[in-house]
Design a protein around this ligand. Sequence first.
Ligand code: PMP
Length: 428
Amino acid sequence: LLARQERWESAARVYPRHLPIALADGDGPYVRDVDGNVFIDFLDGAGVLPLGHNHPELLRAAARQLGVLTHGLDFPTPVKDAFTQTQLSMLAPGLRHRTKLHFCGPTGANAVEAAVKLCQIATGRSDVVAFQGAFHGTTYATTALSGPVARKDAVRGGMSGVHFFPYCGPGRCPEGPGPDGCSRRCADQLERALTDSTSGVPLPAAVLIELVQGEGGSVPARTAFVRRVRELTRALGIPLIADEVQTGCGRTGTWFAFEQYGIEPDVIVASKALSGVGLPVALILYDAALDVWEPGAHIGTFRGDQPAFAAGVETVRIMRRDDVLGNVRARGRQCADRLAPLADHPWVRDVRGRGLIRGIELADPADGRPATEAAAAVQALALRHGLIVELGGRDDAVVRLLPPLNVTAEVVDTACAIVRDAVTVACR
Ligand code: PMP
């Protein structure tokens, strides 16, 4: 199967290039390959399956809807309304009352583009501020808005007016951390650029941020930095877009990551885990004051996946019933605790994360450079011992863990032991 896919779809081989398995089926935190090998799945469909694979109650909800209506374009339906109300109910009342919801084409990237378009139309400006190390998708605009330089070559000229600034998080301050972390310097640089008319950065239509960079290497932004960015954007009348495609739906221990920073964005982008089962949904939640766009300004055929809506309503019901957010926080602390001994390893630059986005950044002790090969070796060893992990960050030198949000303490212990052993064996 791997060889056949390589022949027909070689450009899409991102995951199986490092993880050479063909999938047969899944069950909770486990997947089985076509040879019958069972793995703990800490890739979790790229953070898409909050309750793991094939959760029976989610399957029942989706299946019930299959016999009713599968595709509804953008017509209102009872299940779409239930989904919309459920999503809005996850916002604090003050925010909810001034929030609008717009369904976008089925991917996270499409919703990021919708958010940027909305802010451009609402402000009458076109430039966008984004952050180094960010990932927002691989469409023309989102490629331009994302950090890694290599992948941008193909779309040079695709979207102009994107300005990148340092992202303040562990290991990210380009000048090295200041006495109280790097929050002031990164925010100062942004403030200078936005307020000094000679800086070459026109007042942007939006500032676009991931509060925890996901593909960028599981990097939580520092709180002081995020608060300064919010104060600055508010003072200058710049809408702040939080890309919560990966951090949303409880991944960091609150429904949205912004809640932990004590800020409110003007636009929130959500997708990945919304349906709970991997059926595609993407949306933006935005301040009604920005609602200046005409009907049809951002549409698309696949904005009405009814089984996705049904499963999404059920996902939230189960997450509330089973206190899954509490589990995310507890299992996140457990991951931090079990992985902490790695911090003393000479190849480990940083062990970090928030909730159930965790990362172990590897660097060569000889020259401090990102240890790309060592990370790939850790991933391969983990796979051999029954654990699927992702790689991310600069030069793919961060081993990333994205467990399902209802993962048990036992599975976390097993997975962390595999990671610790893999680092010990692969990095020496
Ligand atoms: N934004 C973030 C933060 C993401 O992590 C991703 C996907 N990894 C995207 C946007 C793009 O989503 P999609 O792949 O569904 O287009």
